[in-house]
Ligand binder design. Structure first.
Ligand SMILES: Cc1cc2nc3c(=O)[nH]c(=O)nc-3n(C[C@H](O)[C@H](O)[C@H](O)COP(=O)(O)OP(=O)(O)OC[C@H]3O[C@@H](n4cnc5c(N)ncnc54)[C@H](O)[C@@H]3O)c2cc1C
Length: 432
């Protein structure tokens, strides 16, 4: 008798869905349930990747194909640790794959006065992208901003802050996010890095894109480029050198400060030391774009744990048949293709692992538990209705998409498209 292998995937970001994709190919008889705490799939592709990079976001089309496979099911709006415990998943499934992504942004520590505003790029990206359930907060219009970090997320922040109002209005950003970006009257943007100009993590393409900004011009100072450090990123250094000798346009400056130590943030100015010499940079807001803390689940990394889930090549330490993929595995950094790589490698391990002895007796118990607890979930079919409704609503207001943020908006979208009243009205508000 062949036994159907049952696998739970916690998290429907790219890593979780790439895992489901690889697993469903390796073992077409396996049943793969993807559980996601939000009604909406795709994790940081929806809530992190910059809205002006729709080409990158179109990876959702590939991910959606995987979710439509007959042996893959979606349970949106089900949070492990709230609706169901990991121990319960262990009882239902032969293997549990944690794809919980990052939990929060990292910050650089320095003394700051209470009224000096700072935010992590991770949180700001989520807010701009309409992440559900975030506490409301009003952002003051900015005249100056300092961004700490020398990676692509810092560049994402620069582009969104520097793009013209009419371009921003067409993207799939939240209404409040667009209003705030449009209210800013930025005179300058400063990018601050601890490493030297040759040691950045900027990609050549994304750095080069800054030259196309209409109202801003990237202007690194030649002095900062002279001491370029280890030059482990020659391509980006070349682009910076080109920027530094380009004719100065009538545009607002994007300035780069490399090899900096931040000493304090007071009275709307960030004080930094460059080669031991002080510089004072006006900053109504400081954005920390220095990475994320990997997430996890209660009792298994995440929370206050700094480096997420402890594992060896994706096999979670001290637990049976539990695996980790994507950002949940490590330092909360890496690209979408890297998440695919880790997901495919772990799928091989899960495919090779044996089923638990009582596998065939556990049929449908996930639904039984969810029904008993009155936890209604969003199926893939329901998500597709929400998706179509978001695109249609966006089209009517000249945007790529209007993202829903509340369960009642989702419920309305499902009702309108299918009259599935019972399912739709019972979707709960997502927790933050
Ligand atoms: C601002 C920003 C911009 C980026 N831009 C790019 C880019 O341009 N190109 C690129 O390649 N990469 C980019 N990345 C990186 C990319 O987003 C990640 O590589 C990728 O999203 C990691 O995938 P993941 O599935 O591990 O995590 P995530 O995308 O975070 O997905 C994790 C999922 O797990 C869910 N989850 C968490 N806990 C639970 C729980 N207890 N129960 C159920 N579900 C849970 C979450 O809701 C989420 O949907 C960017 C990242 C950020 C922050």
């Amino acid at each position: 008798m062949t036994t159907t292998k049952k696998i739970a995937v916690v998290g429907a970001g790219p890593a979780g869905i790439y895992f489901a994709d690889a697993m469903s190919r390796l073992d077409p008889s396996a049943r793969i349930d993807v559980l996601e705490r939000l009604p909406f799939p795709y994790g940081l592709v929806r809530y992190g990747v910059a809205a002006d990079h729709q080409g990158t976001k179109s990876v959702t089309q590939i991910l959606a194909r995987a979710m439509r496979r007959p042996n893959v099911r979606y349970y949106g709006g089900v949070e492990i640790g709230r609706d169901l415990s990991l121990a319960e998943l262990d009882q239902i499934y032969d293997a549990v794959v944690l794809a919980t992504g990052a939990s929060r942004g990292r910050t650089v520590e320095f003394p700051a006065e209470d009224d000096c505003e700072s935010v992590c790029a991770f949180d700001l990206a989520r807010w701009l992208n309409g992440y559900p359930g975030l506490p409301p907060f009003s952002r003051k219009p900015l005249r100056s901003v300092a961004i700490i970090g020398n990676g692509n997320v810092a560049l994402d922040m620069v582009r969104l802050l520097a793009k013209p109002a009419n371009v921003l209005a067409r993207l799939d950003l939240s209404t409040e996010g667009v209003q705030w970006l449009q209210s800013n009257a930025l005179e300058q943007i400063d990018i601050i890095g601890r490493g030297r100009a040759g040691e950045t993590r900027f990609s050549v393409a994304e750095l080069g894109e800054l030259a196309q900004l209409e109202y801003f011009q990237p202007l690194p100072e030649q002095l900062d480029l002279l001491e370029c450090g280890e030059t482990r990123n020659n391509g980006a250094l070349e682009v910076l050198r080109r920027f530094s000798v380009a004719p100065v346009r009538d545009a607002r400056p994007i300035r780069f400060h490399f090899g900096c130590v931040i000493s304090r943030y007071e009275r709307g100015a960030l004080h930094v030391l460059f080669s031991g010499k002080p510089r004072k940079l006006a900053a109504d807001l400081v954005i920390h774009a220095v990475g994320q803390h990997a997430g996890g689940l209660p009792g298994i990394g995440g929370g206050d744990a700094r480096e997420g889930i402890e594992h060896s090549n994706g096999v979670v330490s001290g637990r049976e048949s539990t695996f980790a993929v994507g950002w949940a595995m490590g330092a909360g950094r890496g690209t979408i293709p890297e998440s695919r790589g880790s997901a495919q490698a772990v799928a091989q391990l899960v495919a090779a692992a044996a089923c638990k002895p009582s596998g065939s007796e556990r049929e449908a118990s996930l639904e039984r538990i969810l029904n008993a607890r009155v936890v209604r979930y969003v199926s893939w079919d329901a998500w597709q209705r929400i998706d179509r409704s978001e695109i249609e609503l966006g089209r009517m207001s000249g945007k790529i998409r209007h993202k829903y943020q509340t369960a009642s908006e989702c419920a309305d979208a499902i009702i309108q498209s299918s009259h599935q009243h019972k399912l739709a009205t019972s979707i709960r508000e997502p927790a933050s």
